[in-house]
Each structure stands twice: as structure tokens, then as C-alpha cells.
Design a binder for this molecule. Structure first.
Ligand SMILES: C[S@@+](CC[C@H](N)C(=O)[O-])C[C@H]1O[C@@H](n2cnc3c(N)ncnc32)[C@H](O)[C@@H]1O
Length: 358
């Protein structure tokens, strides 16, 4: 049966399953999710063969919260012989190959779990051999074409894999759907990577340029020790950093940061409307979402990027409920907003939301 395969952080399979079920139903595609807790992926089995391809074309991974990558699965291979794993995988791909669609990329991937990581070296080697075989059979372009359809081989073990494809407009351009970043030595906390990943993956280059413009103003609620403020300062923004804690000296030394030891829930911008509000306070998600709504509705900030901390259970439901009230309030305004929600690679038990005023 055809299915849509979604990769996610281990432990979030149930959340991705609920999300895929809801989003597939909204696109009139029906089926059921299949997963094992902790294995880092979910298969949404479609009752109708054509629905998997429809989901592959109409559900961009960036419009989901918990999926890192989405792949239309055409075949499942098990008990592959260690002597020759390439031939059956090649045969499976060729069997479903359609001359009218060009494959411009091959990704050989694995789950982001301890067991999955043991497959990483093998996947890299396998990709080299399979790529050659595909090109020889004219099933893959000789030069990589990231704008074309991509072939995916997702190994679940050394002798088992799922084979499928993704369309450029709907997939993550990154292997395993993971955007890796190097920790900047001058940043005061690892949290900095959460905001950096959000900026680089959730905002287009044009949005990055306008939302985080040099000389612009930002407010950082729950700023200490300053990892998020660091990202804003790196982009030459002036920052009001709000937190009772201590902020890193090197940030204060830039002259771009003012630190206010105040409560983030009652703080108002000191110098009038700001370009960007960011918030990483550890608080109830509905409370943070309501606060973000207040700032945007009252025009204290043009745009907002914030984290919603997740509970242990019913995370998809909690997030959608927390955001529902904000969305209703924003819809009543004359301005329109682009809203994205993602469980980023550098997020832990939290998701990142960006709300950009158009
Ligand atoms: C996860 S840390 C933020 C880390 C920061 N984004 C960074 O990159 O270094 C959460 C911070 O929120 C602050 N915080 C929690 N509740 C707050 C409130 N009501 N007002 C202001 N700050 C608050 C805490 O003091 C803590 O420093």
C-alpha cells in the first residue's frame, strides 16, 4: 500500500501521527498512521494509492510542525542480502520510475535514533554505489538537480529499507531533514542555535533581511544568558533584553543591548514599536501564545518568533489549541500574517513559531 513517510525526533511519533492524520484529512486523503514509539518515523498508510502522491505534492514539510522530511513511499524491502543490496533497491526504483518525471537527487537516509546513527556510514557508502547504478539506468540526472524530484532510500536496518520520492517544493533540502549548525564560540548559550535555525530555515532570505534588518529594534523576553540576543546583535539589531537573570558581558559590551530585570508578561517596549519580538520564556504554551498575540494585536511588534514549551502528552493538541486563539485574534486585523510552526532540530521539548506581518 502506498504511504507517506515522515521523519521526526524520536519520541514524537505519536504527535507526528496525529498531525499527519489531521493534515491528510484536510486534503481529503484518508488512511491511518503506523509507527513504533522511539523509532523516529511515522508511515501514513493511504487507503487509495494516488493519495500518497497527492500528499507528496500538496503537503509541504515546512507546513507541518513535527515532520522533518516527507517522502512518498513506493516500496518496502526486507531481508536484503548483505552480498548485494543495490540490485533489489535499483529494481524497486526502476519498477516505479516514470519517464515523464526526472529524478535530480538521491538521498540515502536513516532515522535520527541511536540505532539509526549506526547506519550512517553504511548509508553514505551505499549512496555512492546506488547513484552510479541509477545514472547508468538513466533514472537519475548526471548532475544533481535539487529543483527536480528526489529519490529517497530510508534504511530502517542494515537489511531493510523504504524506497520513495519527494517533490522539491514540499521537501526539506537537508539530508534526513536535519539542518546542522556549528555552535558559535562567542554565544553565551546553546539556545542560540534554536533561534539561528529558526531564522535560517523558517524565514526566506528576503524575510531574514527585512525582519532582522541592521539598525532595527528587537525585544527578547526571557533573554538570559543571551543566546537569542546574540543572534540579534550579530545582525546589528538593538535589543531590549528582559530577564531577572544575568546577561553575558560580551553582549552588553556591544552597546546594542539594554538589559531590563523585569517580568516578561508585563514589560512593554521602552522606545515604542519594535521590528521583532522574540521569546524563550519557560511558561505554559497558552500563556505565551496569548502574550505574543497581545504584542502583535497592539502593534508593539511587527513580527514575532517564539518558542512554545510542550507538555509530556497531547503535544499536537496543546499546540494547536494554544495557537487557535492567537490566529482568531490576528484574523480580525486588517494586516495579514505568515505563520509557521516547526519542531526544529535544535528544539527539545518545545516548538518554534514565527509570525510575520506582511
Ligand atoms: C530557556 S531560558 C532562555 C535562554 C535564552 N533564550 C538564551 O538563548 O540564552 C528561559 C529564561 O526565561 C526567563 N524567564 C522565565 N520567566 C520569565 C518572566 N516571567 N519574565 C522574564 N523572564 C523570564 C528565565 O529567567 C530564563 O533565563
Amino acid at each position: 500500500m502506498a504511504s507517506l513517510l515522515g521523519y521526526c525526533r524520536a519520541g514524537y511519533e505519536n504527535d507526528l501521527a496525529e498531525e499527519l492524520t489531521a493534515k491528510a484529512a484536510a486534503l481529503q486523503c484518508f488512511g491511518y498512521p503506523k509507527f513504533e514509539r522511539g523509532n523516529g518515523y511515522v508511515q501514513y498508510i493511504c487507503y487509495h494509492q494516488a493519495d500518497a502522491d497527492k500528499l507528496g505534492r500538496q503537503l509541504p514539510v515546512m507546513e507541518t510542525i513535527f515532520a522533518r522530511q516527507l517522502v512518498v513511499v513506493t516500496g518496502t524491502l526486507e531481508q536484503l542480502s548483505r552480498e548485494d543490496r543495490v540490485s533489489p533497491v535499483l529494481a524497486e526504483i526502476l519498477q516505479h520510475d516514470d519517464d515523464s518525471v526526472q529524478n535530480g537527487l538521491l538521498q540515502v537516509e536513516h532515522a535520527d535514533t541511536d540505532a539509526g546513527k549506526e547506519l550512517a556510514k553504511f548509508c553514505r557508502k551505499f549512496a555512492v554505489v546506488l547513484r552510479q547504478a541509477l545514472r547508468k539506468n538513466r533514472a537519475l540526472t548526471f548532475k544533481e538537480k535539487p529543483q527536480d524530484r528526489a529519490l529517497h532510500v530510508f534504511f530502517t536496518d542494515f537489511d531493510a529499507c523504504l524506497v520513495g520520492y519527494s517533490y522539491a517544493a514540499c521537501r526539506s533540502p537537508h539530508a534526513n531533514g536535519i539542518y546542522r549548525l556549528k555552535f558559535p564560540a562567542a554565544a553565551p548559550s546553546r539556545s542560540t542555535l534554536k533561534l539561528e535555525e529558526a531564522i535560517l530555515t523558517m524565514l526566506s532570505p528576503h524575510e531574514q533581511h527585512t525582519v532582522l534588518r541592521a539598525g532595527g529594534r528587537a525585544v527578547d523576553l526571557g533573554a538570559c544568558p543571551g543566546g537569542w540576543t546574540y543572534q540579534l546583535v550579530q545582525r546589528d539589531m538593538f535589543v531590549e533584553a528582559i530577564d531577572n537573570g544575568l546577561i553575558a558581558e560580551n553582549l552588553m559590551a556591544t552597546g546594542l543591548v539594554e538589559h531590563f530585570a523585569a517580568d516578561g508578561f508585563s514589560y512593554k517596549p521602552q522606545f515604542g514599536r519594535v521590528d521583532l519580538l522574540v521569546c524563550d520564556m519557560i511558561e505554559q504554551p497558552d500563556r505565551v501564545a496569548r502574550l505574543m498575540g497581545d504584542w502583535l494585536v497592539n502593534r508593539w511588534a511587527d513580527h514575532a518568533i517564539f518558542n512554545l514549551k510542550l507538555p509530556m502528552k497531547k503535544r499536537y493538541e496543546t499546540v494547536t489549541q494554544a495557537m487557535a486563539d492567537v490566529l482568531t485574534r490576528l484574523q480580525k486585523l486588517e494586516d495579514s500574517f505568515v505563520i509557521r510552526m516547526r519542531h526544529l532540530y535544535h528544539d527539545r521539548d518545545e516548538i518554534t513559531v514565527s509570525i510575520l506581518r506582511e
